[in-house]
Design a protein around this ligand. Structure first.
Ligand SMILES: [Zn+2]
Length: 297
């Protein structure tokens, strides 16, 4: 395939993806589900990235905030489990399905993120042809870090650790160390192929190394809140890691045999990976993301 044609195909694909991530969607029918995780830790599912919650005597800490249109529903859900105030918000990365709700909470709570998350939220971003405007000031992180930061809150040691160039260039995971719970943001799409934002510094090969490193850090009993998908276990993360390695290897071998992206897509992935294909990232798009990551090496 000619390079210009390849780029056009990628533009079309990412327009679709950016629509999924950033478009004005009708969220009026979305219900917020409260999922107990461990002691005072909960997960909220609505639309967009899963929210992690730590409640207790010090108040409420949120990991990510989904879409602004859902903020009132999120506040109602929080009232069912705590009468405390939201004191801290941690952003796992800049994508709006995880951060747009910041504007509803940022005047009262302190928003914390990796330096690159603030940088991307405070400037115009592009996902190919789509322009993403900066968030208003009240939605921006007011405390940033480069490597890691630890909060002592509700008798928890909340460790926020940055992993470079995986899903984006600003990803962090959040360890609730005493409760043995981990929020992984979009480093983990549980049971499905992930979106990897190559334009924001993401890369499948680094993502795979990052997952390997996280697997080495956590025991088998850790409960994991993924960016997307159900509450998960270390076994689920291992299966995801296995998928990343195996599918990358399949595409790499085909490239080495001289096959084009079109040919690799036409051949598809073995049936064993069929269930990992979701509406958001199907097999073809996943192949393209791997292919582009390998070509960028
Ligand atoms: Zn994301």
């Amino acid at each position: 395939m000619k390079r210009s044609c390849f780029i056009s195909v990628l533009v079309l694909i990412f327009c679709f993806i950016s629509n999924q991530l950033f478009a004005q969607r009708d969220l009026s029918k979305v219900e917020i589900k409260i999922i107990p995780v461990e002691k005072n830790i909960y997960m909220l599912q609505g639309a967009g990235g899963n929210i992690g919650i730590c409640i207790g005597k010090d108040g409420i800490l949120l990991v990510d905030t989904q879409f602004a249109e859902l903020s009132d529903k999120i506040k109602d859900a929080l009232k069912k489990i705590s009468d405390g105030e939201i004191k801290y918000i941690l952003n796992t990365h800049w994508h709006r399905d995880h951060t747009a709700g910041n504007v509803s909470f940022g005047t009262k709570a302190l928003i914390i993120s990796h330096y690159n998350v603030r940088k991307r939220l405070s400037t115009e971003q592009r996902i190919f042809s789509r322009i993403i405007n900066p968030l208003p000031t009240e939605g921006l992180p007011r405390l940033t870090f480069y490597t890691s930061i630890t909060l002592y809150f509700n008798d928890e040691e909340v460790r926020v650790v940055h992993f470079a160039k995986a899903h984006t260039d600003g990803d962090s995971v959040v360890f609730f160390t005493k409760s043995n719970v981990l929020h992984m943001g979009d480093l983990f799409f549980s049971g499905r192929f992930p979106f990897v934002d190559l334009e924001s510094g993401g890369n499948v090969l680094n993502l795979t190394k990052t997952i390997e490193s996280i697997l080495q850090r956590i025991p088998s009993t850790t409960k994991i809140i993924p960016g997307h998908g159900p509450l998960s276990t270390r076994e689920d993360l291992k299966a995801y890691h296995h998928m990343l390695i195996q599918t990358t290897e399949i595409v790499r071998e085909k490239i080495e045999k001289g096959k084009s992206l079109e040919e690799i897509k036409a051949e598809g992935l073995p049936d064993v990976w069929k269930s990992w294909s979701s509406g958001f990232i199907n097999s073809e798009r996943w192949i393209e993301i791997i292919y582009t990551s390998l070509m960028k090496k």
